[in-house]
Each structure stands twice: as structure tokens, then as C-alpha cells.
Design a protein around this ligand. Structure first.
Ligand code: NOJ
Length: 559
């Protein structure tokens, strides 16, 4: 098979919208979002201007981790619909000229998956080796096999009395890790990938792919300097033996070969990988043996919105991901505090953040609701449905408090998963006013909803629409290079960069200017651009080739 040229591929230019199926739109009247609900809102998604939709998992699952605990990779959870609904969803997305990314949880299954039930049933069950089982250091469950910690702290080993062995789970206890050293497991999961590719999946988001393989000799993890989760470990233990294993790198290269067999359109992989940039980058493989097509670069989630910091980040992304690579730009997702709450819920700052995300040289991932300024909710810990919470409750109170202060998102993820807000009516149009949505709607929905924002051309929703539209229209914005404008040429509160493409003698270019403060700023135009082609506000300023005026938190694109 001939490989497509690495330039000009759709997934490098696309804009992605993440839908958390449980929270998007309830069509069946049970307070839980579903596939038919999503289908009924596809025209909205299309009109917003995004080109690709990524769905958090909607496969069969006991929903202990809301879909990230899969019990059948080839069927749909009944609360979301049926396979027929899913086929229709894929078709309807494609009919609108959009693409679909499925969430692929390769690392673990649910402990209710028939494979695990078999595996657990006896030591000589043919599927015993499909999961990671080990003898303890002491008999009868008195000591686990080694010191390995789960991703979310605490030992990741769980004792099974019946067979007197321990199984390994990187995430929560009900998510046992599959054993990819067993060729049957690998073949089965590659078969699953093909199943979805044949159904029309245009790409996959790979859940905690960095944790797929562990040390084959089960050696202890060495000590780390860090108490809190860090790049080097957690609770003073490093993750050397449990993350970023060389065999995982080989696996992603094999997976890439598989998806590259499918072309027209080409498919792609985006990996959830955590760690320092040089480690993450390794997952992209080599030119002749590529790995992941792209990787979530999570530094954007918490980065301070300041010219100096953003300048550094843009430079770093350029340095690590020069063409033919492309960085990603994620502001929020289903695991992390919604970005707008880091800006005091200020809509003008959120527009600035959107303008940055949609003009940077990166594939933007927009989390549902960001486009209407949907706020982080404040459901108390005691009412939380998130399984992760139970884990944190086991930690000493002092550590709980410390973690909560520093990483509130890690403890409680319900607050960023609340229902999409469609109308100002009760339950925000997500479900009928007479039923209880699975999570309470966030405050402020009376103003922050699609219907209200559609009627206000200066709303954040229209700001997203303008920037998405222009990004699609101008190839410099969706596939051009990026050069920062020297900070000496700009006021301190302003960041400027150009996006450009040079072909033979012609250079196309647009310039982006962002004002990071709440004061108006005026300065001489350091570029030859004359006209504003998009702005975060709809009130026109008198910018021209000599002078640029930016209102508080305003961002503009000039050509
Ligand atoms: C990362 C996912 O984003 C998160 O929601 C999930 O709980 C874990 N992986 C486990 O699958």
C-alpha cells in the first residue's frame, strides 16, 4: 500500500469537538444523554463550524467509570441506544461532511467483562493470562507482588481470594489491565479496531495508552522525589516500571500500521499520554516507522493566560512538533476543571482563550459547552457520582486536603460533566423539566445556553463560530506555519504571531494580536496587515496598517 503524503492530511487541519454522550442531549426521557439525542443536535454541531466529533465511550458498560469500563467493545450501552442508532450516528455525521473519533480503551476492561469473569474463575482458565495476574510477596493476600501504584494513587494490585493471586489495575480496581504480552489479547483488540474502522470510524482517541505495558519482570518502581502526582511519580514512587514502557512504543507503531491500511479517507490516532515533552514525543515514532499521529499536550489545560507564558508554550510546541508533526490544543475535557472557571467565569477572557486556541498552530479540541461559557458546577464531594472520589477518601485527610487544593479536578470530575445547556428553561433543555438529569445543570444556564446566545451576535457562541469559520476558510490558519512577533514590537500585555504559507514566490500571511489585559491598548502595527478578518468582539475598531487598537481582552486576526 502506498502511504499518503504526510502533508495536507485532513486530521492535521481539523477542529475537534468532544461530546460526553451522557451529558449532551436526552431523547429517551431518563435524564441521561443518548445517541438519538446527539443525532438531533448534529445540525447545531455542524453549524458551530467544527469538523470532527470525538465521543467519550458509549459501548456496553456497567458505567462505574461512565463508559471507561467496557464490558463489550462491539456493542452499545442500552441507556445510550443500540448498534442501529450508532450506525445512524456515524452515517449522519458523514452525511454532514464531518468526521468521527471513537474513544478506544485498550489498557483495561471492566471487571464485569466476560473475559475477566473467565480469567478470574480459575488459575487454569484459558483466559487467565489475558489479564495481569501475579503471586503476592506473602501468601494469603498479606502483601502484593510489588510496590506498583495505580495512576490515581494507592497500590494498583487487588487480591483475589478464590485463586490466591493479585491482578493489576492501572486506574480503578474495577478496571483490570489487559495483558498485551499475550498474543491472543493483542489479536482480539486489533480485531476490535478493525471492526470500528470498517464501521466508519475516522480516528481513535487512545485512553491512557502510556500505561499499556508494564515491566515484564515486575520489578519495584524506584523512589521518586515527589509526593503529589508529577511527571516522575506520585507519593514518592516513580512510574518507571508502569508507564512509557518500550513495548508500548512498539505497540503504537503496530497499531499505526493497521490504521494506515485504511485510506480514503486516512484515519488517525490521538493518544492520551502524560509526561515530559521528550517522553511524550517518542510516541510519534520515527519517520519510517511512525507511531501516534498526534498526542494531547495537556500543558494547555492549566497554562496561565499571559503573553510571556503563552509565547513560551507556542515556541515549545513549534520546537517539538515541527512539520510534518502537529501539536494539539485542549482547553478542557471530561477529567479536568473547565477552563472558564480558571478565568472567574469571565466570558470576555474565555473568548480570548478561544481565539488563541483557534489560531495557534495546533489541532484544537473543544469540549462541549465551552462555546457557550458553560461553567464548572459545584456539586459537593458527598453527592459526587465519580468513582475516583472513593479512592481519594481512603487517603489520609491531610493529603486529601492538599490534593484537593492543588488539583481539585483530580478528586471530583462530575463538576465538569454536567448537562449541555440548550435553552433557558428548567434543565436547560437537556431533558424534560419534569425529570431529574443524571447530574444537576450548572448555574448560569438561564443566560449561558445555545438559544439565548444564538440571539446575541456578540456572544461567546458567535465568537467561536466566527473563528471556526475563518480557520476553515484560510489555509494559513489551518495548515500554515507560525512565527512569533518580537515582544519588543508589542506592548507588554499583547501577544502577536503570524501564520503563513510560502509557495514559490507567493507568501500568504495573517497576523494575530491578543490583548491579555482588561485595559484598552493602542500601538503601531508591526506588520503589513491592514484589515481585520475576525475579532472576539463585533464592535469594529479603527485598526489599519499604522495603528492597532485592542479593547480589553480583545483578539483579532488581520490580513
Ligand atoms: C482517562 C479518561 O479520560 C478518564 O475519564 C478515565 O476515567 C480513565 N482514563 C480510565 O479509563
Amino acid at each position: 500500500m502506498t502511504r499518503q503524503p504526510e502533508t495536507d492530511l485532513w486530521w492535521k487541519k481539523t477542529t475537534v469537538y468532544q461530546i460526553y454522550p451522557r451529558s449532551f442531549m436526552d431523547s429517551s426521557g431518563n435524564g441521561i444523554g443518548d445517541l438519538e439525542g446527539i443525532i438531533s443536535k448534529l445540525d447545531y454541531v455542524k453549524d458551530l463550524g467544527v469538523e470532527t466529533i470525538w465521543f467519550s465511550p458509549f459501548y456496553t458498560s456497567p458505567q462505574e467509570d461512565f463508559g471507561y469500563d467496557i464490558a463489550n467493545y462491539k456493542d452499545i450501552a442500552p441507556e445510550y441506544g443500540t448498534m442501529a442508532n450508532c450506525d445512524k450516528l456515524i452515517q449522519e455525521i458523514h452525511d454532514r461532511g464531518m468526521k468521527i473519533i471513537m474513544d478506544l480503551v485498550l489498557n483495561h476492561t471492566s471487571d464485569k467483562h466476560p473475559w475477566f469473569l473467565e480469567s478470574k474463575s480459575s488459575r487454569d482458565n484459558p483466559k487467565r493470562d489475558w489479564y495481569v495476574w501475579q503471586d503476592g510477596k506473602k501468601p494469603k493476600g498479606k502483601a502484593p507482588p510489588n510496590n506498583w501504584q495505580a495512576r490515581i494513587t494507592g497500590s494498583g494490585w487487588y487480591y483475589d481470594e478464590n485463586t490466591d493471586q493479585w491482578y493489576w489495575a492501572q486506574f480503578l480496581p474495577f478496571q483490570p489491565d489487559l495483558n498485551y504480552r499475550n498474543p491472543e489479547v493483542k489479536a482480539k483488540m486489533f480485531g476490535t479496531v478493525r471492526f470500528w474502522l470498517e464501521k466508519g470510524a475516522d480516528g481513535f482517541r487512545l485512553d491512557i495508552i502510556d500505561s499499556l505495558y508494564e515491566d515484564a519482570a515486575f520489578r519495584n518502581n524506584p523512589l521518586s522525589r515527589h509526593l503529589l502526582p508529577s511527571e516522575d511519580g506520585v507519593l514518592f514512587k516513580s512510574t518507571k516500571m508502569t508507564m512509557h514502557h518500550p513495548d508500548t512504543m512498539i505497540f503504537v507503531q503496530e497499531l499505526r500500521k493497521l490504521i494506515d491500511e485504511y485510506s480514503n479517507p486516512s484515519r488517525f490516532l490521538v493518544g492520551e499520554v502524560e509526561g515530559p515533552m521528550p517522553t511524550i514525543k517518542k510516541y510519534c515514532g520515527e519517520v519510517n516507522n511512525p507511531g501516534l499521529n498526534s498526542i494531547f499536550l495537556f500543558e494547555t489545560l492549566g497554562v496561565k493566560l499571559q503573553p510571556k507564558t503563552i509565547r513560551k508554550l507556542l515556541n515549545k510546541f513549534n520546537q517539538y512538533y515541527p512539520d510534518p508533526f502537529i501539536p494539539t490544543w485542549v482547553s478542557s475535557n471530561h477529567d479536568i476543571m473547565r477552563r472558564i472557571s480558571r478565568f472567574n467565569n469571565d466570558l470576555e477572557i474565555a473568548k480570548l482563550n478561544a481565539a488563541l486556541q483557534l489560531t495557534a498552530r495546533a489541532v484544537p479540541y473543544i469540549y462541549y459547552g465551552e462555546e457557550i461559557g458553560l461553567q464548572q458546577n459545584s456539586i459537593p464531594l458527598s453527592d459526587s457520582l465519580d468513582a475516583v472520589v472513593s479512592r481519594f477518601r481512603k487517603l489520609p485527610k491531610v493529603i486529601q486536603k492538599l490534593l484537593q487544593k492543588i488539583t481539585s479536578e483530580a478528586i471530583h470530575r462530575d463538576n465538569c460533566r454536567t448537562p449541555m445547556q440548550w435553552t433557558p428553561s428548567q434543565n436547560a433543555g437537556f431533558c424534560s423539566p419534569s425529570i431529574k438529569p443524571w447530574l444537576p445543570v450548572s448555574s448560569g444556564y438561564q443566560d449561558r445556553n445555545v438559544e439565548t446566545m444564538y440571539n446575541n451576535p456578540d456572544s461567546i457562541l458567535h465568537c467561536y463560530k466566527r473563528f471556526l469559520q475563518i480557520r476553515k476558510q484560510y489555509s494559513v490558519l489551518n495548515s500554515g506555519r507560525m512565527t512569533l512577533i518580537a515582544s519588543e514590537l508589542l506592548p507588554k500585555q499583547v501577544l502577536g504571531f503570524s501564520r503563513w504559507i510560502k509557495t514559490s514566490d507567493v507568501k500568504e500571511e495573517v497576523n494575530i494580536f491578543l490583548n491579555f489585559e482588561d485595559t484598552l491598548v493602542e500601538f503601531s502595527n508591526p506588520t503589513a496587515s491592514k484589515n481585520i478578518i475576525a475579532s472576539t468582539t463585533i464592535v469594529k475598531a479603527e485598526n489599519n496598517e499604522q495603528k492597532i487598537i485592542l479593547r480589553p481582552y480583545e483578539a483579532i486576526i488581520m490580513e
